[in-house]
Design a protein around this ligand. Structure first.
Ligand code: BG6
Length: 486
């Protein structure tokens, strides 16, 4: 539906931004933090970039929160590093780690910024990987349960919104990219068993929040890439549905309905997959009723039919930010992804598709009827300080304007949305490109090659977002032009 007026946002809408511990904190060997598997990725696996400094938020958190306050934030989503709290994952608790997060949370609360906390964002304590293979072993269910319970008892009086595992679906779909496949002999065969272990960890965390946090609310956060059929060919529609099932619906169905869907059970049977479901697992899962669905959404996809006798093609992400390097995958018998000629792309071949957000919110609401939060959405770009010492990121302003406008339209359509937390407040390490792919409203003066003074410089998008927040969305335009000359 087209509306005559600008969309309006609810009065108590939570505006803010999002980050994760390993991408923003740095100080990996300070404050008693134990090593995490992601540290190794970032030191050895190009193009991951060394996370020992990142945006140095560990030392700048007060300054960063002051800037959030200046921007008018009412929420901030961040993650807690498991190995900062329990350095070896299952042993002694590190008081210095707890203190860091207490200080950060207190600083936020003092400034009327609601904390939204992710329990796990790709940074597994290395000791657990060395001891028993980490996510590949059911021992992690108890260890994660203990960690989640500790977070709830320690921070539960100040944190009411909890998110369990960041992008469990993407960790399974892109196992080789996010490091989950390490030490697993046959990833394609084993990944759904590992996913089942993660499902149990998610369930334990949901139960913990409900048991230990007064008025606590908890939800998952899938990485969501809405998928359109390539054409009006009915086969393309089924292919798009297959892609949807296997990249996101499998997870949302499970989180909400607390069981595997008939489609997925049939898929496991067809592909001879054993998820190692044990007695008692379902009883745990059935108690894990979530309160909201958080969503990360940056782009969309297009899927087309892919017959069984077609040749499979492995997906390759664009890892260097030069357009045209993304390889569209083919999964014979299921679907293939295709370029979308109706939308532009970023330098990393990510589709720039604001309407995807409206579509996603309506789709998720129609299927699950739970309140939603957008906790990641943003524009990654090559950036450096200009001659005037500033960053004029009109492309990001346009991107964010158009995306948030569509969220407003989804709200007008009847979707309950609690928050918008863009990615990211300061520049931070991209999962694939370090500081070479920047997302922030605030520039961090450092590069992958040289650590500079880490000074915070507000980009033009900072001032623009401040206006959006101050007007509760009325500063948004219906499709913004990139700059005045266009
Ligand atoms: C999300 C992740 O999927 O995408 C973030 O939760 C990540 O951790 C973000 O940084 C953007 O992806 P990238 O690869 O550009 O950093």
């Amino acid at each position: 539906m087209y509306y005559k007026n600008k969309p309006t946002f609810p009065e108590n809408f939570l505006w803010g931004a999002s980050s994760s511990a390993w991408q923003v904190e740095g100080a990996t060997t300070e404050g008693g933090r134990g090593p995490a598997t992601i540290d190794l990725n970032s030191q050895t696996k190009k193009p991951f970039t060394d996370n020992s400094i990142a945006a140095d938020h560990y030392h700048h958190y007060k300054e960063d929160v002051a800037l959030m306050k200046e921007a008018g934030f009412s929420s901030y989503r961040f993650s807690i590093s498991w190995s900062r709290i329990i350095p070896d994952g299952d042993g002694e608790i590190n008081q210095e780690g707890l203190d860091f997060y207490h200080n950060l949370i207190d600083e936020l609360v003092k400034n009327n910024i609601t904390p939204i906390v992710t329990m796990y964002h790709y940074d597994l304590p290395l000791a657990l990987f060395e001891k028993y293979g980490g996510w590949n072993n059911r021992q992690i269910i108890d260890d994660f349960d203990r960690y989640a319970r500790l977070l709830c008892t320690e921070f539960g009086d100040k944190v009411k919104y909890w998110i369990t595992l960041n992008e469990q679906n993407m960790q399974i779909v892109y196992g080789d990219w996010l490091g989950l496949d390490k030490g697993v002999d046959n990833w394609e065969k084993e990944k759904y068993r590992i996913n089942h272990i993660m499902n149990l960890c998610h369930a334990k965390a949901v139960i913990a929040v409900h048991e230990l946090v007064e008025n606590g609310q908890v939800g998952p956060v899938p990485g969501y890439v809405p998928i359109y059929p390539n054409s009006g060919n009915p086969k393309d529609q089924i292919a798009a549905m297959n892609a949807e099932e296997l990249t996101e619906k499998m997870w949302l169905d499970f989180y909400v309905h607390l069981e595997y869907s008939p489609f997925i059970l049939r898929y496991f049977k067809e592909y001879d997959i054993d998820i190692d479901m044990r007695d008692g697992d379902l009883a745990i899962i059935k108690q894990a009723k979530i309160d909201f669905i958080a969503l990360n959404c940056y782009r969309s996809n297009v899927a087309a039919d892919c017959p069984l006798d077609d040749k499979s093609v492995k997906l390759e992400l664009n890892k260097n930010g030069e357009k045209g390097n993304f390889v569209y995958p083919k999964f014979p018998g299921l679907y293939q992804l295709m370029p979308n000629n109706y939308v532009e792309t970023t330098d990393w071949d990510w589709e720039i598709d604001p309407i995807a957000l409206r579509y996603m919110l309506r789709y998720v609401w129609d299927h699950y009827q739970l309140p939603m939060m957008i906790v990641e959405n943003g524009f990654g770009a090559h950036e450096s300080l200009g001659d005037d010492g500033k960053v004029h990121d009109d492309y990001r302003i346009k991107f964010l304007n158009d995306q948030i406008y569509q969220i407003g339209l989804a709200i007008e359509d009847g979707c309950p949305v609690l928050s918008y937390n863009l990615w990211s407040f300061t520049d931070l390490l991209s999962t694939g490109n370090g500081m070479a792919k920047r997302y922030g409203l605030v520039y961090i003066n450092t590069t992958d090659e040289d650590v500079l003074d880490l000074r915070r410089v507000k980009k033009d998008s900072f001032e623009w977002y401040k206006q959006v927040i101050a007007t509760n969305g009325q500063h948004l335009e219906n499709q913004k032009k990139k700059n005045k000359n266009q």
